[in-house]
Write a protein that binds this ligand. Sequence first.
Ligand code: FDA
Ligand code: NAD
Length: 459
Amino acid sequence: MAEKSFKYIILGGGVSAGYAAKEFANQGVKPGELAVISKEAVAPYERPALSKGYLFPEGKNLKFAFGVCFLFREGIIIFTSIAGAARLPGFHCCVGSGGEKLLPESYKQKGIELILSTEIVKADLAAKTLVSAAGDVFKYETLIIATGSTVLRLTDFGVKGADSTNILYLREIDDADKVVEAIKAKKGGKAVVVGGGYIGLELSSALRINDFDVTMVFPEPWCMPRLFTADIAAFYETYYTNKGVKIIKGTVASGFTAHPNGEVNEVQLKDGRSLEADIVIVGVGAKPLTSLFKGQVEEDKGGIKTDAFFKTSVPDVYAVGDVATFPLKMYGDMRRVEHVDHSRKSAEQAVKAIKAAEGGGTVEEYDYLPFFYSRSFDLSWQFYGDNVGDSVLFGDSNPSNPKPRFGAYWIQDGKVVGAFMEGGCGDENKALAKVAKARPVAESLDELAKQGISFAAKI
Ligand code: FDA
Ligand code: NAD
């Protein structure tokens, strides 16, 4: 069994790992100082592509191609289209924020060792040692934990028949390949999507675009309840229904039956109904991958507790991305965020802090403004800030209009604390960020509804 030593190890090969590696390269690392260890077989990539461009039908021209939308997010609108689905190497980190694309060979060129298809099964933070499934030992001086999240599985809850073939989850590129294969094999068939959150909404759209007969099932009274108000959700539910997606609310999948070959053919719901299915996609949430470090590092809110530099309770150990529970300075509390913008920025912050400390200096505390977004069909929304307090809708939220453009503000203690917009242009999305950061006093909900995006644009 091999033993290797590095000055820095990034454990994980996802978004945070890619952005941390890029920041190390920017700051300067000597050949052989840094290793990225990932259980995935490919170099770090922009995970959001997996539920969007990766699932586009091959050969179709679609407006919201992967690269286009990231530029859109940065406020640069390039109306173009690419043929077919996104594939690697097109979306390796760090193209998602307009940065350099780190191809597998780029790591070598920068003196970074990319150790792929290598799962770490044991971490000894006191001995500064990681052990892989193959028994290889990796020693480090500084560790960045970037293990991200894993999906919650219906088999974990003992749902009968949940291990049938074609009941699929989506986290990594291998999962996405299975979804692509199933889409090809069951073309034009029936799909049931279990879950009404991010995966539920994005995958229902992707399957519909691939001409599946889609039914979404989720337990809550409206979709995406962790962010959407009932008003916002009503727009998306009607839009999806108009696109042919059937929505069943207030119940869960309680069992599955399969053909003799093991492939799922029916979903039983708790309310007694049953649905035919050729494919089932499950998106019932994720959990941070912290188990390797249990009992060795302080935890908070289900994640690894860090300070504003992503330093954990263990010296020389940092945690970034989905696994980190960090101080959200502007709200004065500890949060864990499962979104890509934070995974990129936390990774960069940790590396800057590590490098600054080596020179006896420091960097400014992480001062994060939460930013979430999603895209499906021809829709694209962005949200900044906190979705707490009262909320009000503005603009035209008629789902039948060809170009719906509407938004919402959240107000707490008389101040605007969160802002959302569907169909906003670059400047409008920038205004959302500004208003959520500035937290201005709002006269009344009615006034905000009347002023709409122009209220944010004045900030
Ligand atoms: P990430 O999951 O990216 O990477 C973790 C890496 O660690 C993986 O490579 C994993 O294999 C590896 N790993 C874990 N344990 C290991 C071990 N023991 N040994 C070796 N390697 C190990 N967000 C958003 O804001 N907008 C969006 O549109 C989307 N879209 C989206 C689509 C899909 C399909 C998913 C699954 C997620 C999103 N997200 C998103 C969320 C976003 O992608 C997510 O928050 C970041 O990828 C988190 O980055 P991390 O680096 O923390 O984890
Ligand atoms: P989620 O938390 O967004 O949604 C889970 C949904 O499943 C909720 O509506 C929940 O109530 C529902 N649910 C729970 N148990 C259920 C059951 N037994 N049957 C039916 N529904 C059930 O999680 P997700 O959509 O699975 O996403 C997984 C991860 O991927 C998250 O970290 C998410 O942030 C990330 N992601 C983000 C984006 C984005 O930001 N655009 C896109 C895709 C994925």
